[in-house]
Design a protein around this ligand. Sequence first.
Ligand code: NZQ
Ligand code: ZN
Length: 381
Amino acid sequence: MAVENFVAYNPVKLHFGENVVKNLGKSVKQYGNRVLLIYGRGSVKKYGYYDEVVNQLKDAGLSIFEYSGIKPNPVVDDVRNAVAYGKENKVDVIVALGGGSVIDSAKIIGLGLASDVDPWDFMTWNVLPEKTMPLVTVLTLAATGTEMNAAAVLQNAETHQKVGLVHPMNFPKESFLDPRFTVTVPKDYTAYGIVDLIAHALEAFFGEGEPSVIDLITTDIIKDAMKWAPQLMNDPENLELRSNIMLDATLALNGLTSYGKVGGDWGVHGLGHELSYLYDLAHGATLSIAYPAWLRLQKERIPERIQRMGKLIFGTEDPDEAIKMLEEFFTSISSPVRLSEAGVESEKREEVINQMNVNNVSGMHHTLSMADRTMLIDLML
Ligand code: NZQ
Ligand code: ZN
């Protein structure tokens, strides 16, 4: 049970709870006066979150410039356009109102606004980020943990990639997590969010290092989410349930679960990103398909670790049973566990294998060979 050396750093000021948005205007004003407000394709207007946020900004005397239309599985073209629009209007602070796609885009928009570099060059590490613009986020979907971490994920149709950039410049200055803003998340995305947070905890669990207290915390986050999930699926407007899941999601990927570890594995996320890129599948849906397959592939290679997962989460010593129970949980909240359930049929097998191999999908701790990728895809079909 080795505790690896580690450095912990998280500068995000988090405002959590019902009505915390009432302090948004005051917070944003500390960072600037000309706000670039980023949001998605309309849900925030439909459900009134936009009005609450805009009123806050107006009451604080701030000027607002809007860029909307960010897509789930966000694309670099939107980031480029928002950077150009923000520069034209000399904005000095960004407010991101939405889920992971909006917040991730806003992080890279910040890097673009503070430089003359094409945003994609940051995503590929061609250019190192040196400066950014202050970012304040208002989260509307519990899933990614982006509100309190340094990651951002974007797609590029020209290079056929969906990639993530993890860099300290990406930390938001402040994030507002008001569970009221999540009660309208539809059932499918509610489930995908729960899958995503569980997958983040598992990615950390299967990273290098075995700090015993972190194993307990990490698996407790998973157990907590699994406990509330069925109730939330039947009672989506329940604020208490939304709050619990929201906190689980933030804790699953704000650095805590990597204390005492070299880092997470992230191989399953790598597989998922390629599936999202190819078939525009929701991020969480790709993970409920890929995780059971990955565990089945690794079962004989890391039996003790998978056994520990099974024991801590499901109370079973039998890895096969643990994997089955995880899969059954995903099914119980209607997240797909096979590609066919997500509308990707077996004739796509070669296409998927090729995409995974071209981008050399692998884990940071448990590497994947070409033969492994083929096996994984067969396990997912
Ligand atoms: O576009 P709008 O109208 O806003 O609708 C969104 C979108 O259709 C809708 N939605 C969001 N909040 C809502 C709502 N609908 C009703 N009521 C609300 N309160 O939900 C849909 C999905 O939104 P999206 O932002 O795409 O979802 P999510 O938060 O799951 O973000 C997914 C993205 O984050 C990346 C994923 O790869 C994916 O691109 N990730 C980011 C990570 C990070 N930065 O740390 C880590 C993750 O592993 C993940 O890779
Ligand atoms: Zn994820």
